[in-house]
Ligand binder design. Structure first.
Ligand SMILES: [Zn+2]
Length: 173
């Protein structure tokens, strides 16, 4: 613990760098939780044209610049690139009212309201906060990874179970 403290003291804290790291971890968690499946259109697996896995984004419900909610698991949804930004009139960003309705159905009014209230709360992104968020996200990721491994093991002994429909690229990436 002492060694860790000394290490922190020596290096000047770099907030933008810390944010980048947390955005990445948060996105990793959200994509893993959503099984790399677009929550808007259900797309997953491999792109039949390129043969490569589809590209997915972690889309933020409240803008990611609002740091108090930026790394909240409930503030992220997995979307394919097309649904996120491209598809005319039906993409997330081009049809905010449809997106708002969909979000309320998806995560519920209570969570929506919690995020909205939090988003208006004054907040200071400090080094201690960054450390707390990082450790929380890492714990959540490893718990989910373990859960998925267990599911995969269960899947081989129980053909036809729900786990057998896991997108294939999940382990490859
Ligand atoms: Zn999609």
């Amino acid at each position: 613990m002492k060694a860790l403290k000394n290490k922190i003291k020596k290096k000047k804290w770099n907030a933008p760098q810390a944010k980048r790291k947390l955005y990445k971890l948060h996105s990793e968690f959200v994509l893993l939780r959503d099984r790399r499946t677009c929550q808007w259109c259900g797309k997953n697996g491999l792109n039949p044209i390129t043969g490569k896995p589809f590209k997915f984004d972690c889309s933020h419900l409240l803008p990611r610049e609002i740091l108090i909610t930026a790394f909240d698991p409930m503030n992220g949804q997995t979307l394919c690139f097309s649904c996120h930004k491209v598809a005319h009139f039906r993409s997330w960003h081009q049809n905010p009212l449809a997106a708002a309705k969909w979000i309320r159905n998806k995560i519920g009014d209570e969570v929506c309201d919690r995020l909205l209230t939090l988003g208006e709360t004054p907040y200071e992104f400090t080094e201690a906060e960054a450390i707390r968020i990082e450790s929380d996200l890492k714990q959540k990721i490893s718990a989910l990874q373990k859960q998925r491994e267990d599911e995969n093991r269960g899947c081989s002994s129980q053909p036809g179970s729900k786990a057998s429909s896991l997108p294939r690229q999940e382990q490859a990436t």
